[in-house]
Design a protein around this ligand. Structure first.
Ligand code: FAD
Ligand code: ZN
Length: 226
Protein backbone atom coordinates (compact mmCIF):
# COMPACT_ATOMS: atom_id res chain seq x y z
CA UNK A 1 0.00 0.00 0.00
CA UNK A 2 1.22 3.48 -0.86
CA UNK A 3 3.67 2.08 -3.41
CA UNK A 4 3.94 3.80 -6.77
CA UNK A 5 3.82 1.74 -9.93
CA UNK A 6 4.52 2.83 -13.49
CA UNK A 7 3.22 0.49 -16.19
CA UNK A 8 4.80 1.08 -19.57
CA UNK A 9 2.40 -0.56 -21.98
CA UNK A 10 2.98 -1.30 -25.67
CA UNK A 11 -0.06 -2.70 -27.47
CA UNK A 12 -2.26 -1.00 -30.03
CA UNK A 13 -5.52 -2.73 -29.06
CA UNK A 14 -7.25 -2.40 -25.68
CA UNK A 15 -9.21 -5.63 -26.38
CA UNK A 16 -5.97 -7.60 -26.85
CA UNK A 17 -4.64 -10.11 -24.37
CA UNK A 18 -1.98 -7.57 -23.42
CA UNK A 19 -4.78 -5.07 -22.88
CA UNK A 20 -6.46 -7.53 -20.52
CA UNK A 21 -3.19 -8.06 -18.61
CA UNK A 22 -2.80 -4.30 -18.28
CA UNK A 23 -6.35 -3.89 -17.01
CA UNK A 24 -5.81 -6.60 -14.41
CA UNK A 25 -2.60 -4.99 -13.16
CA UNK A 26 -4.21 -1.55 -12.87
CA UNK A 27 -7.24 -2.96 -11.02
CA UNK A 28 -5.37 -5.28 -8.68
CA UNK A 29 -2.60 -2.83 -7.74
CA UNK A 30 -5.10 0.00 -7.25
CA UNK A 31 -7.15 -2.29 -5.02
CA UNK A 32 -4.01 -2.87 -2.92
CA UNK A 33 -3.72 0.88 -2.38
CA UNK A 34 -0.87 1.44 -4.84
CA UNK A 35 -0.90 4.51 -7.03
CA UNK A 36 -0.67 3.33 -10.62
CA UNK A 37 0.40 5.36 -13.65
CA UNK A 38 0.18 3.97 -17.17
CA UNK A 39 2.26 5.12 -20.13
CA UNK A 40 0.17 3.77 -23.00
CA UNK A 41 2.81 4.27 -25.68
CA UNK A 42 0.72 3.78 -28.84
CA UNK A 43 -2.15 5.87 -27.47
CA UNK A 44 0.34 8.60 -26.58
CA UNK A 45 1.85 8.29 -30.06
CA UNK A 46 5.13 8.09 -28.23
CA UNK A 47 8.07 9.08 -30.41
CA UNK A 48 10.49 6.12 -30.56
CA UNK A 49 13.20 7.83 -32.62
CA UNK A 50 16.29 9.21 -30.90
CA UNK A 51 16.85 12.49 -32.74
CA UNK A 52 18.00 16.09 -32.48
CA UNK A 53 14.41 17.01 -31.56
CA UNK A 54 14.98 15.57 -28.08
CA UNK A 55 17.22 18.52 -27.24
CA UNK A 56 15.63 21.93 -26.67
CA UNK A 57 17.80 24.88 -27.60
CA UNK A 58 21.48 24.89 -28.44
CA UNK A 59 23.60 21.82 -29.02
CA UNK A 60 26.77 21.10 -27.10
CA UNK A 61 28.51 20.33 -30.39
CA UNK A 62 26.59 21.34 -33.49
CA UNK A 63 29.44 20.26 -35.80
CA UNK A 64 28.89 16.53 -35.32
CA UNK A 65 25.73 15.26 -33.62
CA UNK A 66 26.24 12.67 -30.86
CA UNK A 67 22.91 11.61 -29.32
CA UNK A 68 24.40 10.22 -26.10
CA UNK A 69 26.50 13.29 -25.41
CA UNK A 70 23.79 15.76 -26.41
CA UNK A 71 21.06 14.21 -24.24
CA UNK A 72 23.47 13.96 -21.30
CA UNK A 73 24.38 17.64 -21.63
CA UNK A 74 20.74 18.61 -22.17
CA UNK A 75 19.68 16.63 -19.08
CA UNK A 76 22.22 18.54 -16.96
CA UNK A 77 20.97 21.95 -18.11
CA UNK A 78 17.28 20.99 -18.09
CA UNK A 79 17.07 21.02 -21.87
CA UNK A 80 15.42 17.71 -22.73
CA UNK A 81 12.14 17.72 -24.64
CA UNK A 82 8.91 17.80 -22.62
CA UNK A 83 7.82 14.22 -23.39
CA UNK A 84 11.12 12.88 -22.03
CA UNK A 85 11.01 15.01 -18.91
CA UNK A 86 7.48 13.72 -18.20
CA UNK A 87 8.51 10.07 -18.56
CA UNK A 88 11.60 10.60 -16.41
CA UNK A 89 9.44 12.14 -13.69
CA UNK A 90 7.18 9.06 -13.74
CA UNK A 91 10.22 6.77 -13.51
CA UNK A 92 11.74 8.81 -10.71
CA UNK A 93 8.57 8.57 -8.64
CA UNK A 94 7.95 4.86 -9.21
CA UNK A 95 8.89 2.05 -6.83
CA UNK A 96 8.09 -0.52 -9.51
CA UNK A 97 8.25 -0.41 -13.30
CA UNK A 98 6.13 -2.96 -15.14
CA UNK A 99 6.69 -3.40 -18.87
CA UNK A 100 3.68 -4.99 -20.58
CA UNK A 101 4.13 -5.99 -24.23
CA UNK A 102 3.92 -8.69 -26.88
CA UNK A 103 7.27 -10.23 -27.80
CA UNK A 104 8.46 -8.87 -31.17
CA UNK A 105 11.47 -10.61 -32.75
CA UNK A 106 12.72 -12.01 -29.45
CA UNK A 107 12.60 -8.52 -28.01
CA UNK A 108 10.30 -5.62 -27.23
CA UNK A 109 8.25 -3.68 -29.79
CA UNK A 110 10.16 -0.75 -31.33
CA UNK A 111 7.98 1.81 -29.56
CA UNK A 112 9.02 0.38 -26.18
CA UNK A 113 12.67 0.10 -27.21
CA UNK A 114 12.41 3.75 -28.22
CA UNK A 115 11.13 4.55 -24.74
CA UNK A 116 14.23 2.86 -23.26
CA UNK A 117 16.54 4.62 -25.75
CA UNK A 118 15.10 8.08 -25.10
CA UNK A 119 14.05 8.09 -21.43
CA UNK A 120 17.00 6.36 -19.76
CA UNK A 121 19.43 9.17 -20.47
CA UNK A 122 22.95 9.37 -19.09
CA UNK A 123 22.98 11.54 -15.98
CA UNK A 124 19.43 10.43 -15.19
CA UNK A 125 19.58 6.61 -15.27
CA UNK A 126 23.32 5.94 -15.16
CA UNK A 127 26.54 7.89 -15.30
CA UNK A 128 30.27 7.51 -15.63
CA UNK A 129 31.14 4.51 -13.47
CA UNK A 130 27.59 4.56 -12.07
CA UNK A 131 26.13 1.48 -13.65
CA UNK A 132 24.79 -1.94 -12.67
CA UNK A 133 24.62 -2.10 -8.87
CA UNK A 134 25.80 1.53 -8.85
CA UNK A 135 23.23 2.68 -11.45
CA UNK A 136 21.29 5.84 -10.64
CA UNK A 137 17.81 4.27 -10.42
CA UNK A 138 18.43 2.50 -7.11
CA UNK A 139 15.70 1.12 -4.88
CA UNK A 140 13.38 0.45 -7.78
CA UNK A 141 12.02 -2.83 -9.03
CA UNK A 142 11.18 -3.85 -12.57
CA UNK A 143 9.07 -6.62 -14.04
CA UNK A 144 8.88 -7.67 -17.67
CA UNK A 145 5.40 -9.02 -18.38
CA UNK A 146 4.98 -10.22 -21.95
CA UNK A 147 3.14 -12.53 -24.28
CA UNK A 148 4.52 -14.73 -27.03
CA UNK A 149 3.37 -16.31 -30.26
CA UNK A 150 5.38 -19.47 -29.62
CA UNK A 151 4.28 -22.08 -27.13
CA UNK A 152 6.12 -22.93 -23.94
CA UNK A 153 7.07 -26.32 -25.41
CA UNK A 154 8.61 -24.72 -28.50
CA UNK A 155 10.67 -22.39 -26.36
CA UNK A 156 11.82 -25.29 -24.22
CA UNK A 157 13.13 -27.09 -27.32
CA UNK A 158 14.50 -24.15 -29.26
CA UNK A 159 16.42 -22.37 -26.52
CA UNK A 160 15.65 -21.02 -23.08
CA UNK A 161 13.55 -17.84 -23.10
CA UNK A 162 15.92 -16.47 -20.44
CA UNK A 163 18.54 -15.89 -23.17
CA UNK A 164 16.44 -13.13 -24.67
CA UNK A 165 15.84 -11.50 -21.31
CA UNK A 166 19.57 -10.77 -20.93
CA UNK A 167 19.54 -7.57 -23.03
CA UNK A 168 16.30 -6.29 -21.49
CA UNK A 169 16.67 -7.22 -17.82
CA UNK A 170 20.44 -7.13 -17.42
CA UNK A 171 21.53 -4.83 -20.24
CA UNK A 172 18.94 -2.14 -19.51
CA UNK A 173 17.34 -2.45 -16.04
CA UNK A 174 20.28 -3.82 -14.08
CA UNK A 175 22.61 -1.42 -15.91
CA UNK A 176 20.51 1.45 -14.55
CA UNK A 177 20.57 0.02 -11.01
CA UNK A 178 16.98 -1.26 -11.10
CA UNK A 179 16.33 -4.63 -9.46
CA UNK A 180 14.57 -7.27 -11.52
CA UNK A 181 11.65 -9.46 -10.46
CA UNK A 182 10.91 -12.79 -12.17
CA UNK A 183 9.47 -12.12 -15.62
CA UNK A 184 5.82 -12.94 -16.21
CA UNK A 185 5.32 -14.78 -19.47
CA UNK A 186 2.00 -15.72 -21.05
CA UNK A 187 2.74 -18.18 -23.81
CA UNK A 188 0.78 -18.19 -27.05
CA UNK A 189 -2.50 -16.57 -25.94
CA UNK A 190 -3.71 -16.68 -29.56
CA UNK A 191 -3.34 -20.45 -29.81
CA UNK A 192 -4.67 -21.75 -26.52
CA UNK A 193 -8.23 -22.42 -25.42
CA UNK A 194 -10.46 -19.77 -23.91
CA UNK A 195 -10.22 -21.68 -20.66
CA UNK A 196 -6.42 -21.59 -20.70
CA UNK A 197 -6.53 -17.85 -21.45
CA UNK A 198 -8.73 -17.26 -18.41
CA UNK A 199 -6.33 -19.35 -16.34
CA UNK A 200 -3.37 -17.22 -17.47
CA UNK A 201 -5.25 -14.05 -16.53
CA UNK A 202 -6.11 -15.46 -13.10
CA UNK A 203 -2.47 -16.44 -12.58
CA UNK A 204 -1.42 -12.83 -13.20
CA UNK A 205 -3.95 -11.55 -10.65
CA UNK A 206 -2.69 -14.12 -8.15
CA UNK A 207 0.92 -13.20 -8.70
CA UNK A 208 0.19 -9.50 -8.20
CA UNK A 209 -1.42 -10.23 -4.83
CA UNK A 210 1.93 -11.31 -3.34
CA UNK A 211 4.23 -9.28 -5.59
CA UNK A 212 5.59 -7.06 -2.82
CA UNK A 213 6.83 -10.11 -0.93
CA UNK A 214 8.96 -11.28 -3.85
CA UNK A 215 12.75 -11.12 -3.84
CA UNK A 216 14.48 -9.83 -6.99
CA UNK A 217 16.30 -12.39 -9.12
CA UNK A 218 20.08 -12.68 -8.94
CA UNK A 219 20.58 -10.80 -12.20
CA UNK A 220 23.96 -12.31 -13.12
CA UNK A 221 25.06 -14.40 -16.13
CA UNK A 222 24.26 -17.60 -14.20
CA UNK A 223 20.53 -16.77 -14.06
CA UNK A 224 20.45 -16.46 -17.84
CA UNK A 225 23.02 -18.89 -19.17
CA UNK A 226 23.86 -21.31 -16.34
P1 FAD B 1 -4.26 -11.17 -28.89
O1 FAD B 1 -4.35 -11.69 -30.26
O2 FAD B 1 -4.75 -9.81 -28.62
O3 FAD B 1 -5.01 -12.12 -27.87
C1 FAD B 1 -5.13 -13.50 -28.05
C2 FAD B 1 -6.57 -13.88 -27.81
O4 FAD B 1 -6.92 -13.57 -26.46
C3 FAD B 1 -7.56 -13.10 -28.69
O5 FAD B 1 -8.46 -14.00 -29.24
C4 FAD B 1 -8.23 -12.16 -27.70
O6 FAD B 1 -9.54 -11.85 -28.09
C5 FAD B 1 -8.20 -12.99 -26.45
N1 FAD B 1 -8.43 -12.24 -25.22
C6 FAD B 1 -8.13 -10.94 -24.94
N2 FAD B 1 -8.56 -10.61 -23.71
C7 FAD B 1 -9.14 -11.72 -23.20
C8 FAD B 1 -9.78 -12.00 -21.96
N3 FAD B 1 -9.91 -11.06 -21.00
N4 FAD B 1 -10.27 -13.25 -21.76
C9 FAD B 1 -10.14 -14.20 -22.70
N5 FAD B 1 -9.56 -13.99 -23.89
C10 FAD B 1 -9.06 -12.75 -24.14
N6 FAD B 1 6.19 -14.34 -31.01
C11 FAD B 1 7.26 -15.03 -30.51
O7 FAD B 1 7.05 -15.98 -29.77
N7 FAD B 1 8.53 -14.67 -30.80
C12 FAD B 1 8.81 -13.60 -31.59
O8 FAD B 1 9.99 -13.29 -31.81
C13 FAD B 1 7.72 -12.85 -32.14
N8 FAD B 1 7.95 -11.79 -32.96
C14 FAD B 1 6.89 -11.08 -33.45
C15 FAD B 1 7.15 -9.96 -34.24
C16 FAD B 1 6.10 -9.20 -34.73
C17 FAD B 1 6.40 -8.00 -35.57
C18 FAD B 1 4.75 -9.57 -34.44
C19 FAD B 1 3.60 -8.76 -34.96
C20 FAD B 1 4.50 -10.67 -33.65
C21 FAD B 1 5.55 -11.44 -33.14
N9 FAD B 1 5.33 -12.54 -32.31
C22 FAD B 1 6.39 -13.28 -31.82
C23 FAD B 1 3.96 -12.94 -31.89
C24 FAD B 1 3.44 -12.04 -30.78
O9 FAD B 1 4.31 -12.07 -29.67
C25 FAD B 1 2.03 -12.48 -30.37
O10 FAD B 1 1.19 -12.30 -31.47
C26 FAD B 1 1.51 -11.67 -29.17
O11 FAD B 1 2.36 -11.87 -28.05
C27 FAD B 1 0.10 -12.08 -28.78
O12 FAD B 1 -0.39 -11.21 -27.79
P2 FAD B 1 -1.66 -10.24 -28.08
O13 FAD B 1 -1.96 -9.47 -26.84
O14 FAD B 1 -1.42 -9.43 -29.31
O15 FAD B 1 -2.74 -11.34 -28.37
ZN1 ZN C 1 22.04 -8.31 -14.28
Amino acid sequence: PGKKVLIVYAHQEPKSFNGSLLKIAVEELTKQGCSVTVSDLYAMQFEPRATRNDIVGHLHNSEAFNYGVETWEAYKRGGLSKDLVEEQKKVQEADLLIFQFPLFWFSMPAILKGWMDRVLVQGFAYDLSKAYDGGLLQDKLSLFSFTTGGSKEKYAIRGDIRYLLWPMQHGIMHFCGVKVLEPHICYAPENVSEEKRKEMLTAWTQRLKTLWKEEPIDCSPEWYFK
